[in-house]
Design a protein around this ligand. Structure first.
Ligand code: NBP
Length: 495
């Protein structure tokens, strides 16, 4: 069989599928797993007769590889990644490459990249999206690390990646050290947002009396060619909602408990947003909703203790479906605008040099958020890389200007019917806030902070002049009121 082109460590769903994918594109792959039994079973079943070399210790794995050695870790994030890196160092030489393809925290990737670079070992931290099927047939791949390291792996990644409808491989160099894992984290955060928004619309339809198969038909229609909502998540919503429960005549969705668990990338997205001062209310709402979903006992008991009044929906269902369609599209644009703003802020802070148009291109196939809508994002940033926010892109701005009333209506009717819509409202309020020259109550809280803590405040030109007051040098002027002195004099703070 000769020496292997690449090694994969971690023979669980993702590692096995990636190894098979690589082999199917003509590469010889060496594999290893901490628990030897999994490697053995893989070699005797799925990998049987294929150019896959099972190995049972790390020296054997490294020896099976051509130089420079390329080793891809597909193991649980955190300590397992550090411990494999530590063990591999004994066998690697300058110029060899370790790739971490798990969902690692980007700051860990920055740290690992630095430590390994000091030892002459190249390191790529990459997002691999698309789950088991994507890994097997073609995932979206988001690698970050030294450009020189990416050059070593580019051909393999291009060969195994998903291909968009125009044939372009869904992989691109994201940027240095943690860039790839950061982009994958935000991809997952956006995915949380998409799932929650769809979930809220479906739950609204259920609450106005629609059956699961009726909703599945609506979703299938929303996934038709050229529909603005057409996407993988709408497609699988339509498909999964038709599924009948095995032991009864009910639909499976009506028997599935309303508990959504999570692994961590959504939480990391929100934590990064807090750190970088970027509001992402839709994605945060999705994380908070999963948290609330998990406390089933509390919700059951609170439902008995508090009776919140609500009205029955007595409008036209057909009209409401059309309203919900456009409302969902606007909410999605708003959510992506938030995720992209976070990518841009991180790009500045961590010098990732991210290219939003190219990131959207990588997400067009293979990954969970794949959608035809992503093409519009690429076009928007290709025609204007300096867009202040996705909502300002002419095509989106036009739709949002004409149709935000539908999102307002959706949130209003959902709330009247007692249906929570945290993410849909988050999307709406994001649009309302970002287009407010003066933020409601922000002025009041600025004054409160100055009153109790002498924290200072800025001033605007007047009620019809919302621009900040500047000094001759163009700097914002800051003021403080002496609240405890007679006459409460105002003074300008000079620093
Ligand atoms: P898991 O995330 O479940 O990890 C299983 C692998 O990690 C096995 O090889 C296991 O070895 C190894 N491992 C564990 Br667990 N603890 C270890 C330790 N202390 N030392 C050494 N090895 C250890 O597998 P997966 O679902 O295939 O995912 C792999 C990576 O890809 C993860 O980072 C995941 O977040 C990411 N990812 C997963 C998906 C997905 O849909 N599943 C999608 C995208 C990305 P063992 O067999 O000896 O226990």
């Amino acid at each position: 069989m000769g020496k292997a082109d690449i090694a994969v460590i971690g023979m669980d769903v993702m590692g096995r599928s990636l190894a098979l994918n690589m082999e199917s594109r003509g590469y010889t792959v060496a594999v290893y797993n901490r628990t030897a039994e999994k490697t053995k079973i893989f070699a005797e079943t799925m990998a049987k007769g294929k150019n896959i070399i099972p190995t049972y210790d790390l020296k054997e794995l490294v020896d099976a590889l051509k130089s420079p050695k390329k080793i891809m870790l597909m193991v649980k994030e955190g300590q397992p990644v550090d411990s494999f890196i530590e063990s591999l160092l004994e066998y690697l030489k300058t110029g060899d490459l370790i790739i971490d393809g798990g969902n690692s925290f980007f700051k860990d990737t920055i740290r690992r990249n630095k430590t390994l670079a000091e030892k002459g070992i190249l390191f790529i931290g990459t997002g691999v999206s698309g789950g088991e099927e994507g890994a097997l047939k073609g995932p979206a791949i988001m690698p970050g690390g030294q450009k020189q390291a990416y050059d070593l792996i580019e051909k393999i990644f291009k060969d195994i990646s998903a291909k968009a409808y125009d044939g372009e491989p869904c992989v691109d160099y994201m940027g240095p050290d943690g860039a790839g894992h950061f982009v994958k984290t935000i991809h997952n955060g956006i995915e949380y947002g998409d799932m929650q928004l769809i979930g809220e619309v479906v739950w609204f339809f259920t609450n106005v009396g629609m059956k699961a198969d009726e909703i599945a038909d609506i979703m299938a229609k929303w996934n038709e060619k050229d529909d603005i909502l057409r996407s993988y998540l709408i497609e699988i919503t339509a498909d999964s909602m038709k599924q009948k429960h095995q032991d009864s005549d009910e639909f499976l969705v009506d028997r599935v408990a309303d508990i959504t668990r999570m692994k961590g990338t959504g939480t990391w997205t929100v934590q990064s947003a807090l750190e970088l001062l970027v509001p992402i209310p839709t994605i945060a709402a999705a994380v908070f909703s999963r948290e609330m979903s998990q406390d089933k006992d509390l919700r059951l008991s609170m439902a008995k203790k508090l009776k919140i009044s609500s009205s029955r929906f007595n409008g036209d269902k057909k009209d409401m479906v059309q309203i919900a369609h456009d409302a969902l599209y606007i909410a999605k644009i708003s959510s992506y605008a938030q995720g992209i703003a976070l990518l841009q802020a991180a790009s500045k802070t961590y010098n990732f040099n991210l290219n939003i148009g190219r990131i959207a291109k990588v997400w067009r196939a293979g990954c969970i958020i794949r959608a035809q809508f992503l093409d519009e994002i690429t076009k928007a940033y290709e025609s204007n890389p300096d867009l202040p926010n996705l909502l300002a892109a002419p095509k989106f701005a036009d739709f949002v200007e004409k149709n935000t009333g539908k999102l307002v209506r959706f949130v209003e009717v959902a709330h009247q019917c007692g249906v929570p819509a945290l993410a849909m409202s988050g999307s709406l309020d994001y649009i309302l806030q970002i287009t407010s020259p003066v933020m409601p109550s922000a002025q009041v809280s600025a004054l409160q902070r100055d009153y109790f803590g002498a924290h200072g405040y800025f001033k605007i030109g007047g009620t019809s002049k919302p621009e900040l007051m500047l000094n001759k040098e163009g700097k914002v002027r800051e003021f403080h009121t002496e609240w405890l002195l007679p006459g409460r004099p105002e003074k300008e703070i000079t620093k």
